[in-house]
Every structure is written in C-alpha cells, then in structure tokens.
Design a protein around this ligand. Structure first.
Ligand code: BTN
Length: 262
C-alpha cells in the first residue's frame, strides 16, 4: 500500500524548539540512502538528524542487515556528542531504548517493552532496534533507530526473529508517521539532555520500567558453555545480571552474549 512521504516542513517546525542550544539541528530527509547512520557518520554535525524512506544497506547490530524497504517504516539517526564519560557511554543505548518506548506510548501503543540491550518488543515480537556507531576521528556518536511501522509480510521471512509492525498492532487507528517521528525526537532529546547528569540508579530505574526480561529464565552460549539463569538487574556498565547456581550473580556484556529468541 502506498504511504505518505515524510512531511519535512511539519517535522522541522514541530521539533525546532527541542534542540539543545548551539547544536546544528538540521533534519536531512532522503527518499533512499545506503544507511542513515553511515550518512551522519560522514556528514553529520552535533544535533543533526537523518531520516530516509528506505535504506539500501541498512545496518543492524552484530553486522546484521536491517531490512529497510520503502513501505512506511522509520529509519532514523541522530548525531550526539557525549563528553568523554566512558562509563555513561555504555548506558546510552539503554536511555535511547527508554526514549523510544516513551514515544510509542505517546502515540497510543501499550504492551511494549525493551529487551536488553536495546530491542523494542511488542508481545514477544521485535518492533525496532538501536545501533550506536562512532567514528575514530571524532567523539560524535550516531544513534540509529529502526522502527517497523509497516513491514510487508514478504520481508518477515528474511528476518531471523519474529517481527511485528506498529500498524499490525494499532489496526484501525491510523498512525501518523510524522507525529511518531516528532515524539521520537522530543523524547530522545529530552532523555539525552538529562543523561550525562543522571546517576546510574536513575538510569537503571528508567530502564527497569520497560525491561521485559527481568525475572525471566534465559540461556545462552558463553565461552563454549551453555549458561542459563534468571535475569537480574543491570550493573553500572549496563551489563546483564544472571543468577548462578551458587546464588550469586554474574554479569555479561552485550558483546559477550547473544540471548536466544524470546
Ligand atoms: C538492530 O539490529 O536491532 C539495530 C537496528 C538499527 C537499524 C537502524 S535503521 C536507521 C539506522 N541506520 C542504519 O543503517 N541502522 C540504523
């Protein structure tokens, strides 16, 4: 089904007020591009946004492709400058996930949550994901967000996990994609503004409200062993806590483990 392209003027008008002082805040909207993350890595200044109707080389985490047809989804990237607080950096993806979850609530969704480290889920199916990338030459971080609003059935077989689109869930109530983008930008900038001054406990608390894994039993491969245990809280580095057989908790980073499908 044909969808309405992004309304650049509407989006720009609505979000101008949210940008931090001194940031460029340009919104670049494309019909097709290789990857909105790649474009900002090359061309972006602090506060710039890149949106595209489709991506020819959409990137996902762990080197996976992000299926990016021109069917009304959101492929969005934001150029962020984080003062070199390395500790905080590992928590950035959690805060981004929270901002997305809040924006989805704003447009009327319920029943959604976050699967560590930063997948957006609706009832055990993946609706979106976050990929944060940086270049060696600068301290800019590119926060990439992919959100399925309308993913035609033919693409589901190309995705290794169960996927769902916002339109499938909010059937009947027509979703305005421009509104969704406006909420997304507002929530993201709000969360990022407070991020650097937030304590770990505040960030953890924000995450916990959306965490769909807490208390679940999960299993995964770690250094050749199959580990299983109950999901506990995150540690200061954003690592996932898993109960072990002796009643203690072991922490794992997202680089170390890949959780199985839910
Ligand atoms: C994941 O694997 O879950 C993360 C997916 C992130 C996809 C988004 S779409 C916009 C931005 N540009 C990209 O190439 N990737 C991210």
């Amino acid at each position: 089904m044909k969808h309405k392209p992004f309304d650049a003027e509407r989006i720009k008008g609505a979000v101008q007020q949210f940008f931090p002082a001194g940031s460029s805040g340009e919104i670049n909207i494309f019909k097709s591009i290789n990857s909105t993350n790649a474009w900002l890595l090359e061309n972006g200044q602090y506060g710039d946004i890149c949106l595209s109707e489709s991506q020819t080389n959409g990137r996902g985490r762990r080197g996976n492709a992000w299926i990016s047809p021109d069917s009304g989804n959101i492929y969005f990237s934001y150029c962020y400058g984080l003062n070199d607080a390395v500790e905080q950096r590992s928590l950035l993806s959690l805060v981004t996930g929270v901002a997305i979850a809040e924006a989805l609530t704003d447009i009327g969704l319920s029943g959604h949550g976050l699967k560590w480290p930063n997948d957006i889920y609706w009832q055990r199916k993946k609706m979106g994901g976050v990929l944060i990338e940086s270049s060696n030459q600068s301290d800019r971080l590119i926060i990439g967000i992919g959100l399925n609003l309308n993913l035609p059935d033919i693409y589901h077989s190309e995705i290794t996990q169960a996927a769902v689109s916002l339109n499938d869930v909010l059937k009947g109530s027509s979703i305005n994609r421009d509104e969704m983008v406006i909420h997304l930008i507002r929530r993201l900038i709000q969360r990022l503004n407070t991020f650097e001054n937030s304590t770990f406990d505040e960030i953890k608390q924000g995450w916990k409200e959306w965490d769909i894994l807490l208390g679940e039993t999960v299993s995964f491969q770690h250094q050749g062993d199959l580990v299983s245990g109950e999901v506990k809280e995150l540690d200061q580095h954003g690592r996932l806590g898993i109960s072990n057989e002796t009643g203690g908790i072991e922490y794992y980073s997202s680089a170390e483990i890949k959780l199985r499908k839910l």
